[in-house]
Ligand binder design. Structure first.
Ligand SMILES: [Zn+2]
Length: 479
């Protein structure tokens, strides 16, 4: 068997990840500022696609795009007590500008609640101004103290944040459901499996009344939070004095929600979930090209082969695919290696045999399988591959997740399954002491929260203390 160009993804995940980021020309870590990376063109194609999918879904459901300043006055950040406690120690602060000390310090947004609510207090006057559903697509800045990893944990990361305000708590709660639908729809299109949980009280977004999170799976069994949505109630509208006059002329505080979609982490999840030991694996529309054509040239037959390759290139382009005819100087083997590393979904190989037979050899990247097709069948087959490849990627991702999930009934079973790197479902009493105990004795398993995409009722007492269980929670190591 040919030797794969990358380390094994499961056994040497960390090495695999660093090498695929570099060899597929996705991320450059040599910028020189810890926690800050450069997104190269191949990464930005995927980033743009993720942004487009989410922004389209948000707009379809009545959100409008806006853009807030990067800087937030320090006094704004301090207005909501829990919120500032959660973020104060991880913000970047600007103290000087143009050689002078600023009258008021400015922070680089770690998230934008404290930027948007002062504006909402100016924009929202009457019930007629509600609901107000806004979003922005930006980078945010948090001075992470844990070890940084490109895309997975950076001090600058790309995301989308929504900020929605409603007249009633019912509408705000309905928005949380809508956020979950949006995330499900887009992650499905990206072929990513995930678990949705409601966080425990001791693990909420600073200032939120309820927090929900999307966790994707890493090859080592750890989970990666890729999006979160929060019900904020009136906890931000009150300190920021956002008020509206209702139909009876009474002034009230609106109920608000926010939805944070980690674009950098979603990119990481796509690379990690779909990639293999030969490089990136991407569905159509996300790689530099959908299709590359590699002519296999033999002496004396070059002309016919190139002529056919050009003809096929035109047919494929007219069918709506982005295509590259790679007639460069490298050997076919070198070309195969390169385009596989970059995750190009389909490669068409054309040699003198294909010319004489009236066929093409089609290689699909997800299964790394070749199939011969008659020239006349090519376009139809590409249409099939386009939908089949995303189906295969999605199915693989879900199977891997399901294989990891296991229910446990006792402390002993919990410790045993944790040792195997499983994602665990267990009965839980809701107490922080139990969560802390589990984390200490399993070397890092966290209570991620109550699963809400496939709710399960408790079937026994708390797995840790043996007292009555309030709910079933997901236990996993977080990246
Ligand atoms: Zn307990």
């Amino acid at each position: 068997m040919e030797k794969a160009p990358l380390p094994n993804k499961v056994r040497e995940f960390s090495k695999w990840y660093d090498e695929v980021l570099s060899k597929a020309e996705l991320i450059d870590i040599r910028y020189g500022v810890k926690g800050f990376v450069v997104y190269r063109p191949n990464a930005m194609i995927i980033v743009k696609k993720i942004y487009d999918l989410f922004e389209d879904e948000l707009k379809k459901r009545g959100h409008k795009q806006m853009l807030l300043p990067l800087v937030i006055p320090m006094s704004n950040l301090r207005k909501e007590a829990e919120h500032v406690k959660g973020f104060e120690n991880q913000v970047f602060i600007i103290e000087r500008a143009g050689g002078d000390v600023l009258e008021e310090k400015l922070v680089l947004r770690p998230t934008s609640e404290t930027a948007i609510y002062p504006m909402m207090s100016l924009w929202i006057k009457s019930y007629k101004d509600l609901p107000m559903k806004l979003f922005q697509s930006v980078a945010v800045y948090r001075h992470e103290t844990k070890a940084t990893r490109p895309l997975l944990r950076g001090r600058e990361f790309l995301w989308i944040e929504t900020h929605d305000a409603f007249a009633t708590s019912e509408e705000a709660e309905a928005q949380i459901k809508e956020d979950l639908e949006i995330a499900k729809k887009v992650y499905d299109e990206l072929g990513l499996a995930f678990i949705v949980v409601e966080r425990e009280e001791f693990d909420r977004f600073p200032g939120a009344e309820r927090s929900f999170a999307y966790d994707a799976l890493m090859p080592n069994g750890e989970v990666l939070q890729i999006a979160t949505t929060h019900y904020l109630g009136q906890k931000f509208s009150k300190p920021f004095e956002v008020m509206f006059m209702d139909e009876r002329g009474v002034n009230r505080y609106p109920y608000t929600t926010c939805f944070g979609i980690g674009i950098s982490r979603t990119l990481a999840a796509i690379i990690i979930t779909h990639g293999d030991d030969y490089g990136l694996v991407l569905p159509f529309g996300m790689a530099i090209y959908d299709i590359v054509i590699v002519p296999i040239l033999y002496k004396g037959k070059e002309k016919e082969v190139i002529k056919k390759a050009r003809r096929i290139e035109e047919i494929v382009r007219n069918a709506g695919y982005s295509v590259k005819l790679d007639d460069g100087e490298e050997t076919p083997g070198e070309k195969f290696y390169k385009w596989e590393m970059l995750g190009v979904p389909v490669r068409i190989e054309i040699g003198s045999r294909e010319v004489s037979e009236g066929t093409v050899t089609v290689f699909r990247r997800d299964l790394r399988k070749r199939e011969k097709k008659k020239d006349g069948e090519l376009v139809e087959y590409l249409g099939y591959l386009k939908s089949d490849m995303i189906r295969v990627l999605r199915g693989r991702s879900w199977n891997t997740l399901k294989e990891r999930l296991v229910k446990v009934n006792s402390r002993e079973e919990l410790l045993e399954e944790a040792g195997k790197g499983k994602i665990i479902l267990a009965n839980f009493c809701g107490k922080k002491e139990c969560a802390d105990g589990i984390k200490a004795e399993t070397r890092g398993y966290e209570v991620r929260g109550r699963r809400i995409d496939e709710p399960v009722e408790p079937w026994g007492p708390c797995v840790w203390c043996g007292e009555g269980a309030k709910r079933v929670v997901v236990l996993a190591k977080a990246f």
